[in-house]
Design a protein around this ligand. Structure first.
Ligand code: DAH
Length: 339
């Protein structure tokens, strides 16, 4: 039996493998249930008691030698297949699908770009605002319904801290920190306590515009927005202004564009009127200028604010606002753009 064990040991030491399959064969030959080592342990019962200690040790040594051999060869084989990199063709072009920008980002960037061409900079402000910047400085009376819990997500009461309900709050921050001339657009996320539907969401995006200087008139506002609408929706786009009301502008207006879907003939998007509303605007109320320490006797200004979701829906004919927030790749992958 000792001779047999010694022969096995020599066999183990001499064993070489080029493939993992050969190694597996070797493992089965020695260690599987019907393999050589279990057979030796089986025969061990017949060994003379005086030899048992020595023979037992020899079998154990053999077993250890087999196990160590397997581990060592396995490491070697795996290393060599990896370094050969046999499965990899490095000359192939990389197989990466490029992501696309979110449609709201595309349209926001395009809006910013259009205004940048006529000298508007970009400013940003905080999403968490105090009462002064979101309401009071914008001339919202204390009992205005927009301050109600229905519309505003309050974080703290007395003093009131809330998620901003519009980007008009950033107008105030810009005017507090900069003396005219000011010409800037203010993009950002806004929050309102609204039930989520195809037409409304509690989170949405706006771009605000602000221009303050000496001799800024309503004609400047109209011409700027007229240019903007043509750049964004195409040369044939018509605009019209309807009187409206906002606490922070006087006079105030809403601007409609000729429906870009039916070309003004009438469809269900424009509710058969041929026009769709895209923004609110007006001349900055002197109260607002004074709240920001800008001399309302010397300076005048105009402001406007638009919802990016609404404009994106019109531009791409999307009929459900919730699609913007679901991150469904089948929707998002349809938007490819230079912006
Ligand atoms: N802040 C308004 C809103 O959220 C939009 C708006 C209207 C902004 C008129 C303006 C403006 O700057 O002049 O509905």
């Amino acid at each position: 039996m000792k001779k047999k064990i010694e022969d096995y040991l020599k066999e183990v030491e001499a064993f070489r493998a080029e493939k993992l399959e050969q190694l597996e064969q070797f493992r089965i030959e020695f260690l599987s249930k019907k393999g050589k080592i279990p057979a030796l342990f089986n025969d061990f019962r017949n060994v003379d008691p005086t030899d048992r200690k020595e023979v037992g040790q020899l079998i154990n040594n053999l077993k250890t030698a087999v196990q160590e051999k397997i581990v060592a060869l396995k490491d070697q084989l795996e290393e060599s297949t990896q370094s050969k990199g046999s499965d990899m063709d490095l000359t192939l072009p990389p197989n990466v699908t490029l992501g696309t920008r979110h449609p709201l980002s595309i349209v926001r960037n395009e809006i910013i770009e259009i205004f940048a061409r006529i000298g508007f900079s970009v400013s940003e402000g905080p999403e968490i605002e105090d009462d002064f910047h979101n309401f009071s400085a914008l001339n919202f009376p204390k009992d205005h319904p927009a301050r109600d819990m229905q519309d505003t997500f309050f974080i703290e009461k007395d003093p009131d801290i809330a998620l901003r309900t519009h980007t008009s709050s950033v107008q105030i921050r810009v005017m507090q920190s900069t003396q005219p001339p000011i010409r800037t657009v203010l993009p950002g996320r806004v929050f309102r306590n609204e039930a989520i539907s195809a037409r409304a969401h509690c989170i949405f995006h706006q771009v605000e515009g602000l221009c303050v200087d000496t001799d800024v008139s309503f004609a400047d506002l109209k011409q700027t927005l007229f240019y903007f609408a043509k750049e964004l929706f195409g040369e044939d786009t018509k605009t019209r202004f309807r009187p409206s009301y906002f606490p922070f502008t006087e006079p105030s207006a809403e601007m409609d564009i000729s429906c870009n879907i039916c070309g003004g003939k009438g469809c269900n998007i424009c509710k058969y009127t041929g026009w769709v509303e895209i923004l609110g605007c007006g001349m900055v109320d002197p109260f607002v200028l004074d709240s920001c320490n800008i001399d309302s006797k010397k300076y005048t200004g105009y402001a406007f604010g638009m919802g990016i979701e609404r404009i994106t829906m019109l531009k791409y004919q999307i009929n459900d606002l919730r699609l913007f927030f679901e991150n469904d790749l089948r929707f998002l992958e349809q938007f490819k753009s230079a912006y």
